[in-house]
Design a protein around this ligand. Sequence first.
Ligand code: ADP
Ligand code: GLC
Length: 479
Amino acid sequence: MSKPRILFCASEVYPFAKSGGLADVAYSLPRALCTSYTIEVVLPLYQCIDRKAFGIELLDVQSEVKMGGISYPVSLYGCLYEGVAYRFIYSPLLCDRAFLYGPPDSGYDDNALRYGIFSYAVVNLLKKEAYSLVHLNDWQSALISLLIKEDISIQTKSVFTIHNLAYQGIFPHKALRELGLDESYFSMESLEFYGQINLMKAGIAYADRITTVSPTYAKEILTPEFGCGLEGFLDFHRHKLSGIVNGIDTEHFSPLQDKALVVPYTDLRGKAVNKRAFLKHTALKESKRPLFVFVGRFASQKGLDLLIEVLPKMAQLECSVALLGDGESKYHEALNALSKAYENIDVAYGYDEELSHRMYAAADFFLMPSLFEPCGLAQLIAMRYGVLPIVHHVGGLVDTVQDYATFDAKSAKGYGVVFSEPKADTFLKALDDALALYADKRRYNTIAKHNLRCDFSWKESAKSYIEIYETLRQESSNE
Ligand code: ADP
Ligand code: GLC
């Protein structure tokens, strides 16, 4: 019997286009599901994607998408990569840009139109091909759930995953007409949001199931503190909502198979070789001191203000700090000044997948003082590489990192240093605790080795997605 066919839509997918964790999930979750389903992944064919290198070919001659009385040309491309079939939507307005969503400090003004084209093109695909389910991710593909609900010729059920409620796709009222939607959608039950339109609301209102990327975040987003103004709306739809913690692809993130490392490793001796090699390439030469690493977006979410506040004090401690990131220019500037002022702080700018792997392999501790964190993958990657993350007790960090004081060798969970409030004194206390732990070599090594052996794969979470998919397929066949 042939496997059920599923279309997985995302605005970024590793290794084609990546700005953060969504790309990792859109790469690794379909791979974890492909023994149970024939799963195809669809994304925009951005100009940064190397068509030749991936063997991306034209599948369907140019057609068009009509929105608000205007026609936009669209073509469908495809390729097979590591056994998974990828579909790409190409339209000049959507794809021919220097950045995925906009320059570092802002989004493109016409993002509603761009992802409108993407959404209508995906709906055309759903009309042509027999998919039993479509899995949508974040606001960029949220409109698809509305479009398929309103088209009686499409029976496909939809799952909508919220990776980050802070990015909702909010646009002026006039975008409604540009998207070919009539005024009836400008209501509180639908897309209206304080006089504007909100595309995230389309996914919440019209998808058959809503998931988010950790159980703790699923609870948090129902509160004013984390709900970003949508807590009431989410509460109304909470019967459809569940939290499933992310996994990582443990082959791609594997200290034993990672080609970016100077030596592959399965123990702390091999890890130490990687630390020394990494330090040689930075201004940080001292390898006996603990190395604290940060890899991530330079954004307020990631606790950058707190980090910048604490770094001058951290620089006085017996440690080295290496940061890699991309993002808001105010953070670039502040970090640049700090790395100039202190010899034990090193900052690398930009997006560099290989360097990030070398940094995970080199680190003793990984800094994650996020103000909020839907799930977080960086702490999972860090633990997979035998690192202890230092995390604020929030969102997915609560579900994935246990405090070292409660260490239990039999636990399947990873351990790090957990602090309760995103404030300078609590963060500094956690850093002091980390240094004391590092000085207790036996204890530190036991925990680092434990993390190295833990399973951070999709194994368990894929089962939860399968459960949702199967319930929906059952509902569909009962209709
Ligand atoms: P978010 O999705 O909020 O940015 P996650 O922790 O879920 O955070 O995922 C971030 C992913 O992006 C990880 O794979 C991390 O290693 C990677 N990453 C973030 N910034 C960079 C960078 N500047 N260079 C390389 N990889 C990065
Ligand atoms: C978002 C969140 C992050 C999550 C990632 C993948 O970017 O900020 O916490 O891990 O999506 O789901």
